[in-house]
Design a binder for this molecule. Structure first.
Ligand SMILES: NC(=O)c1ccc[n+]([C@@H]2O[C@H](COP(=O)([O-])OP(=O)(O)OC[C@H]3O[C@@H](n4cnc5c(N)ncnc54)[C@H](O)[C@@H]3O)[C@@H](O)[C@H]2O)c1
Ligand SMILES: N[C@@H](CCO)C(=O)O
Ligand code: NA
Length: 432
């Protein structure tokens, strides 16, 4: 008996899913153990076959009718957004179908509801394509690392922002022109705010935190988020002077007492010897630090129709196999309830460049402000002199709230003409 797949959405990713199923149908059938067949495609408007070569009769605007049709075994959701995707996935699950989705926004906002419904119905919801596109990452975190204790996940999970920062660093390009280039190459969202303000990366960070730390308590709204719109050529130059590169990272980190997870997205200065510093253009990479496995890195294409469809099809084969074996992953049943650690208490490290008046006592006064906030200075250097002097300080690790308060107090000093650059610095976990 064939496994019948219902496809919801036939856009960039959906059209590639159809093409790959058509092209590889014999191999996919052999891998699943039963032929894989497209039973229907839900679209917004019928008419034509969108170049898929499918029978026009397979297209319908009745997505709800399609997902609940008795002959459908698996549903692939590549519509995106919260509604109607959520209602369609829940209806599919409640009628006993397994689901594959690429929908990071939905999984980040309401993953717990969806996974609970899937467990109750004894079906699967797989979503490898939702984070870092083609890169096998979520199932390795969920399955291969199930025997380990993850301490930290650092990821470049948005291709558009990585492309922009890389262009600014490598070619001295400006922000606006780099964004335009990313848009013309098709990496950016239609409204690039989701990329450059970090919303896309924050959704992915929430999903990563849930899987890596076995907690259903993290949603996109819990993620501390700063985008890259404030990153200046001065920041990039400051990073370069320190042997660093600026990257937008999604960071999920176990708190010092081990009882909570901090989840954040913001630009960081990263030493050029860190493997993530060499992830250029629109590539994605996720660096995992686990107790027994040590350091792992997952690298590849994070976006694009064909790479994303590869991840979708991998999930289709996996859920189809489970279905034939009358089993399911039961994901999310391991909820430890681990809460999100507030950003202010998260331990970070700052790089601060101050335009100052070059006269006796300035450094002492600046050092006083650090000391008064309980922040220790790792190193300090002066660039230029006279009216053009700049003090560049790097702190030791401290609670983020104390570092933020230090910057605010420095801003108020009359010998500080301006705060030229403030950015958090990340390194390997054991390099405080
Ligand atoms: N494109 C990528 O590189 C990429 C990478 C990773 C994940 N994703 C995710 O994959 C999903 C799809 O992305 P995409 O790039 O293919 O988007 P897209 O906009 O190209 O395709 C979505 C399609 O769904 C259709 N649609 C909208 N509402 C519908 C409805 N109610 N019923 C049926 N069809 C409907 C739209 O007309 C459109 O053709 C999103 O969740 C996205 O976040 C995309
Ligand atoms: N706009 C996203 C697409 C993939 O999720 C990016 O730039 O990574
Ligand atoms: Na992936």
């Amino acid at each position: 008996m064939a496994m019948k797949v219902a496809l919801l959405g036939c856009g960039v990713v959906g059209a590639e899913v159809v093409r790959l199923i058509n092209e590889q149908s014999a191999e996919l059938g052999a891998r699943v153990g039963a032929p894989l067949e497209i039973g229907g495609v839900a679209v917004r408007r019928v008419g034509g076959t969108r170049g898929t070569g499918l029978d026009p009769e397979l297209f319908t605007t009745d997505a709800m009718g399609l997902v609940t049709r008795p002959d459908i075994d698996l549903v692939v959701e590549v519509v995106g957004g919260i509604e109607p995707a959520r209602s369609l996935i829940l209806a599919a699950v409640k009628s006993g179908k397994s689901v594959v989705t690429a929908n990071k926004a939905l999984l980040a906002e309401d993953g717990a509801t969806i996974l609970t419904a899937a467990r109750e119905a004894g079906v699967d919801v797989y979503y490898e394509a939702a984070v870092a596109g083609a890169i096998p990452l979520l199932r390795p975190l969920r399955d291969s690392l199930a025997g380990d204790r993850v301490n930290r996940v650092l990821g470049i999970v948005n291709g558009t922002t990585n492309f922009i920062l890389d262009r600014m660093d490598a070619m001295g390009a400006g922000f606006a022109e780099s964004l335009e280039e990313a848009q013309s190459l098709g990496y950016a969202e239609a409204d690039p705010t989701a990329d450059v303000e970090g919303f896309d990366a924050a959704a992915k960070a929430a999903i990563l935190a849930r899987l890596a730390f076995h907690t259903q308590q993290v949603t996109a709204a819990d993620v501390h988020r700063e985008g890259i719109t404030e990153v200046s050529a001065g920041d990039i130059a400051s990073a370069r002077a320190m042997g660093c590169v600026v990257k937008l990272l999604a960071i999920c980190q176990r708190s010092a007492d081990g009882d909570a997870v901090g989840v954040r997205v913001h630009p960081v200065m990263l030493p050029r010897e860190h493997p993530l510093a060499n992830v250029n253009e629109a590539y994605n990479a996720v660096f995992v630090e686990a107790e027994s496995a040590g350091r792992l890195m997952f690298y590849g294409a994070g976006a694009g129709g064909t790479p994303t469809a590869s991840a979708v099809l991998g999930d289709v084969v996996a859920v189809a196999r489970n279905r034939l074996a009358a089993t399911s992953a039961g994901e999310g049943g391991d909820d430890t309830g681990m809460p999100v650690h507030p950003m202010g208490k998260t331990v970070t490290r700052y790089h601060i460049a101050l335009d100052v008046a070059d006269r006796p006592g300035v450094l002492a006064r600046v050092a006083d402000v650090f000391a008064g906030n309980g922040v220790s200075i790792k190193n300090v250097r002066q660039e230029g002199h006279g009216e053009d002097a700049q003090l560049v300080l790097v702190s030791h690790q401290a609670p983020d709230a104390a570092l933020g308060a230090t910057v605010e107090e420095l801003r108020g000093l009359d010998m500080v003409r301006s705060v030229a650059s403030v950015m958090r610095v990340e390194a390997f976990a054991d390099q405080a």
